[in-house]
Write a protein that binds this ligand. Structure first.
Ligand code: SF4
Length: 67
């Protein structure tokens, strides 16, 4: 099972909730003030953290695809 994270940056306010909940996966870009995905294809060991980060996003702009 592979995972892929994508973010709709048009809706990202840079609130950093995802980074607080999932610091190994999300960061905030100092220049744009928006999220950066550090690990676009996380392994299973990061699943819980990724899902926590996704749930924390007030704008619901983080999408996790699994295949
Ligand atoms: S929680 Fe959502 S809106 Fe906030 S920085 Fe992360 S992706 Fe952007």
């Amino acid at each position: 099972m592979t995972m892929k994270i994508t973010v709709d940056l048009d809706g990202c306010t840079g609130c950093a909730c995802c980074m607080m909940e999932s610091p190994n996966v999300f960061d905030i870009d100092d220049e744009t003030g928006q999220v950066i995905v550090l690990v676009e294809n996380p392994g299973e060991e990061l699943r819980e953290e990724v899902e926590r980060g996704i749930r924390s996003c007030p704008e619901n702009v983080i999408v996790l695809e699994t295949a």
